[in-house]
Design a protein around this ligand. Structure first.
Ligand code: G6P
Length: 367
């Protein structure tokens, strides 16, 4: 094992640090400057045929489902077609209505998750088109799908997924760009997203370089009994994934909530021992998000913000981790990176088995 993880103490740590390099590999050959779009030959769908889809639905399990929700918001932003995500395990059992003009996207690291594979089979039986966002080449889901985008993240060993999730997010950005460019997204806007994608690997490296700072924030959180992770619209899937990562490896209880829904119930739980990790992108909702932070601090809640240095949080935060700005549609990808390191350092400080958390398997191939 030591030979495989080199200078790192765990696979999770190694995989977090691999991201800038693995992202460069994933993007190479896929950014088409001539037409300001993404080159996605593996989809096996002609550009003009992409126009026929009126809706996109992402399905996956666990973190792959949360990233699907983030992907759906990118597709709505860039292609302006309705998109959403659902847990594959729910989808397959509820007798879903399969529509011929919906593009289904199966999201899976391993390509072997039973619930996701069954959902793919069910979609195809009923005449739907399903493409895969899969990491493992030649896996069952990759083979079953009508086409797809391989994630090319390299092997991921740690049970808690990190680099592959980032690759899934980038896969969705590429898909959103391709869908947008056969609709209303202009050449100039397409270029803006291409440039944003090109900047991502270096910006991810910049965030990882703040590891010591993130570790000291993590140390403060180890005393918490329970945490909220909040976000709104683009920030909400980021919050869900952040809470999931923390639960998986630290065993602290964490709950993700839409920032706007706090006042409809969970605000009752805010006490100093229940900190909130708040995802604050620099988008049109920033003022509303800061409003939610004031509601928390008024109840003596502590706020750790994951945000951008340009944002003035009006003194509501006890700590903040700033990530560089990219394009508004891609910023959520950057906001997930500190949450990987935060979960890792909370779990390390608590002495947990990082790569093999209790009760969990890397891929669940049974129902
Ligand atoms: C398991 C893992 C999760 C993962 C999920 C989906 O539950 O513990 O970390 O997100 O399966 O796995 P997949 O291989 O389909 O992405």
């Amino acid at each position: 094992v030591q030979a495989q993880i080199g200078e790192h103490d765990t696979f999770m740590h190694k995989e977090i640090h691999e991201q800038p390099e693995s992202l460069r590999r994933m993007l190479s050959g896929r950014l088409d400057d001539r037409f300001a779009t993404a080159r996605l030959d593996g989809l096996q769908i002609e550009a003009r045929e992409l126009r026929k889809f009126k809706r996109v639905k992402a399905i996956g399990c666990g973190s792959a489902y949360y990233i699907g929700q983030l992907g759906a918001s990118m597709i709505e932003d860039l292609a302006r077609i309705p998109a959403d995500a659902e847990a594959a395990s729910e989808f397959r059992y509820r007798n879903p209505i399969i529509e011929p003009d919906t593009l289904y996207v199966a999201v899976s690291q391993s390509g072997e998750t039973a619930d996701t594979l069954f959902a793919v089979n069910e979609i195809q039986r009923k005449g739907g088109t399903v493409v895969g966002l899969v990491n493992v080449v030649g896996s069952s889901i990759a083979r079953a799908c009508d086409g797809g985008i391989y994630l090319h993240a390299g092997p991921e060993v740690s049970v808690a997924s990190t680099k592959v999730l980032t690759h899934m997010g980038v896969g969705f950005a590429l898909l959103a760009l391709a869908l947008g460019r056969v609709r209303d997204l202009s050449f100039t806007e397409g270029k803006r997203i291409l440039d944003g994608l090109r900047n991502l690997p270096d910006q991810v490296a910049e965030i990882i370089a703040k590891e010591d700072e993130i570790a000291s924030v993590a140390k403060e959180l180890t005393h918490a009994q329970s945490l909220f992770f909040i976000g709104r619209v683009r920030g909400y899937p980021v919050a869900r994934e952040g809470a999931q990562k923390l639960k998986e490896i630290s065993y602290l209880h964490a709950e993700a909530y839409q920032a706007s829904e706090l006042k409809h119930g969970p605000l009752a739980l805010i006490i100093p021992a229940m900190p909130t990790v708040a995802i604050i992108p620099d988008d049109e909702l920033v003022d509303r998000n800061i409003g939610a932070l004031h509601e928390i601090t008024a109840r003596k809640g502590k706020v750790v913000a994951i945000t951008h240095s340009e944002i003035d949080l009006e003194g509501t935060e006890v700590a903040r981790i700033d990530v560089p700005r990219n394009e508004v549609e891609l910023d959520p990808l950057l906001l997930t990176i500190p949450l990987q390191l935060l979960a890792y350092h909370v779990a390390t400080a608590l002495g947990r088995d990082i790569d093999r958390p209790r009760n969990l398997a890397k891929s669940v191939t049974v129902e």
